[in-house]
Design a protein around this ligand. Structure first.
Ligand code: UDP
Ligand code: MG
Length: 326
């Protein structure tokens, strides 16, 4: 069977309430696109009947449906990676299982790809989420913009489309904690964004607790930036420099006041000795050293993630066959 034009990857965690409606809406929407497609559901260790529903559903559409069953809960992003690894489509769309991303919006993403973009991020213009969720998202967005080079208007929106090259690069990256939209962004040559609709959850409640959200954003910052480490070095250098300045000022002042006639050597050394300032200087040096160690640790971390260092769009060279034949 030839590779389909489109793969849709959907992570599923405790979505028994949403799945029936998802099945009912997703396939007609995909049929309406007029492209060949496959749908890959990844059950992320659900503790409800989701796995059974997916199993059952696959029997009705064995040609177009793949179901991956995790044995435990590894998180939404790992589930997406698993889906990427099994996807074969020229384009891959990710979306949530709770129908907060309407499947009817996939057409908009594909239209943007037709214009030559290899990465299309969805932006939820009217979010149907609680106010604190929106507030937290906005704050984290701003933090990420500062610390990393990743420009996304709406990092939480999973309705996104990626080219095959990007999906392969993401699947090749061997990192344990990851944030797919950001990782994919680093491989994109021509990213863009489109507005998409956002609906309330069909059933159930959000699987993200405050704790999970904080963890996720920690992953995002530490996974794409060494800035938090560098802040230590910067602060350390600043403290040391200030301590040095203070030292010079204090010593000059004391030298003027000091009466050299009749002073013994003990008093003379006391002129140059200032415990507080020295302590400050050393604390600064220690912070600097901490940051320096962190810098190496950060590099080790970057190395062991073994992300593809680059992705090649094309190589323009003389006929490749000639080279092999000699
Ligand atoms: N999800 C998952 N594993 C998890 C948490 C969530 O696969 O540990 C899936 C979930 O089934 C849904 C998507 O990720 O398809 C988004 O989750 P949710 O709707 O709970 O997040 P929110 O919309 O509140 O950001
Ligand atoms: Mg949701």
């Amino acid at each position: 069977m030839p590779a389909p034009q489109l793969s849709v990857v959907i992570p599923v965690f405790n979505e028994e309430g949403s799945l029936p409606e998802l099945f009912a809406r997703l396939y007609p929407a995909l049929d309406g696109l007029g492209v060949s497609y496959e749908v890959i559901f990844v059950n992320d260790g659900s503790r409800d009947r989701s796995a059974a529903l997916l199993r059952e559903h696959r029997q009705h559409r064995p040609e177009t449906t793949t179901v991956v069953l995790f044995n435990a809960n590894y998180g939404q992003h790992q589930a997406i990676v698993a889906g990427f690894e099994r996807s074969t489509g020229e384009r891959v769309v990710t979306m949530d299982a709770d129908l907060q991303n309407p499947p009817e919006e996939i057409a908009k993403l594909l239209a943007a790809m037709d214009k030559g973009h290899d990465y299309v991020g969805g932006v939820r213009r009217h979010r149907e989420d609680s106010w604190w969720r929106r507030f937290a998202s906005r704050a984290m967005n701003r933090l990420r913009e500062r610390f990393t080079h990743i420009r996304m208007t709406d990092q939480g929106c999973m309705l996104r489309a990626y080219s095959r090259e990007i999906v392969d690069a993401v699947a090749e990256s061997r990192e344990v904690s990851t944030f797919i939209p950001a990782l994919a962004y680093t491989f994109a040559a021509n990213p863009t964004e489109v507005d998409v609709a956002h609906a309330e959850r069909v059933a159930g409640t959000s699987n993200y607790s405050l704790y999970k959200l904080i963890r996720l954003n920690f992953d995002l910052i530490t996974g794409f930036s060494l800035v938090p480490l560098q802040l230590f070095s910067m602060f350390g250098m600043l403290v040391s420099a200030l301590a040095l300045l203070a030292y010079v000022a204090v010593i000059v002042y004391r030298l003027f006041l000091f009466d050299w006639n009749g002073a013994d050597w003990k008093e003379a050394t006391a002129v140059f000795w200032d415990r507080d300032i020295l302590a400050f200087f050393l604390i600064g040096m220690m912070l600097f050293g901490l940051g320096l160690i962190g810098e190496y640790v950060g590099r080790i971390y970057q190395q062991v993630r073994s992300r593809p260092r680059y992705t090649i769009r094309a190589v323009l060279e003389r006929d490749a066959r000639k080279r092999h034949d000699g």
